[in-house]
Design a binder for this molecule. Structure first.
Ligand SMILES: [Fe+2]
Length: 279
């Protein structure tokens, strides 16, 4: 990965061609959901290979469903491993949530109850995944709107999982902001309680405030100033790692996306100068 630039962008079919050929947009890496590309042939396989020639790749999965009560899909994890090897992917991240129950894909990332029995269950599953992959899983703090049957705090839950499983953490700055707004806690205090020495990857994104008391994590808007400010505060607390701008909807002009990447790079260069990026 380029030592002067840490910021990447999601590789999406909507603007795959633009991303590969653009003179305007210059991410230092691209992120993709492996399940959207595994087994792909024809035109899209060619686009994927072209992108892989031009950019390092990180993976951010959608369907591992690490918190699910269902059996872990071992065959799926083996397919992911093959994909990671084929494209020399060092970071495979997923959500600390679940999206599958009774063998049905729920097409949403549902919050896991912050409970000791859930920690035990998930730690076992993470270890199985890591044994197959032969690399640490990187798990993301997700946004959630209602805590379900909680018996511990969110930061205690995340820390227990990370420390007991040996996985790494994907710190999503926007999710910290969104959750702290919706559940009324202090962003900085919360950050300090996370296992920051295990942060291996960072996400930045936009959101939508729908009322005085509710923000929805949409990835469909530009990143707002307070999230940039929290980013600046947070990156002082962690080692240099790749930083991804998530933009899934309302894709603006590419120059606008590049503007957000440049703004993140400028903050990073103030904080991480002379330090070495981890991936
Ligand atoms: Fe994220």
């Amino acid at each position: 990965m380029n030592n002067n630039q840490y910021t990447g962008l999601g590789f999406r079919k909507d603007f795959a061609e633009d991303l590969i050929t653009s003179e305007v947009l210059k991410p230092s890496f691209i992120e993709m959901a492996p399940e959207n590309w595994i087994g792909m042939g024809g035109y899209w396989k060619k686009q994927l290979d072209k992108a892989a020639e031009k950019f390092p790749i990180t993976c951010h999965g959608l369907s591992l469903s690490i918190g699910s009560p269902d059996e872990l899909d071992v065959e799926f994890v083996k397919q992911v491993k093959k994909f990671l090897k084929q494209y020399n992917v060092k970071i495979y991240s997923e959500h600390l949530s679940y999206s599958k129950c009774d063998n049905a894909h729920l097409y949403d990332l549902l919050p896991i109850p912050f409970r000791k029995d859930a920690v035990k269950h998930i730690v076992e599953r993470i270890k199985t995944v890591q044994d197959i992959l032969e690399q640490p899983l990187v798990l993301e703090n997700v946004s959630y709107y209602t805590p379900v049957a909680a018996e511990m705090k969110e930061h205690e839950f995340i820390s227990a999982i990370v420390n007991e499983s040996g996985c790494n953490m994907l710190l999503d700055i926007n999710n910290v902001y969104v959750n702290s707004f919706n559940h009324k806690y202090d962003t900085k205090e919360f950050l300090h309680k996370l296992p920051l020495d295990k942060v291996a990857y960072i996400h930045m994104a936009g959101h939508e405030q729908v009322s005085d008391t509710l923000i929805i994590d949409t990835h469909g808007q530009a990143v707002i100033d307070p999230v940039f400010e929290l980013f600046e505060y947070a990156i002082d607390l962690v080692k240099p790692v790749p930083v991804l701008l998530e933009r899934d909807f309302n894709i603006p002009e590419l120059s606008e996306l590049q503007g957000e990447l440049t703004r993140m790079d400028n903050i990073i260069s103030k904080k991480w100068q002379n330090k070495h990026v981890a991936a």
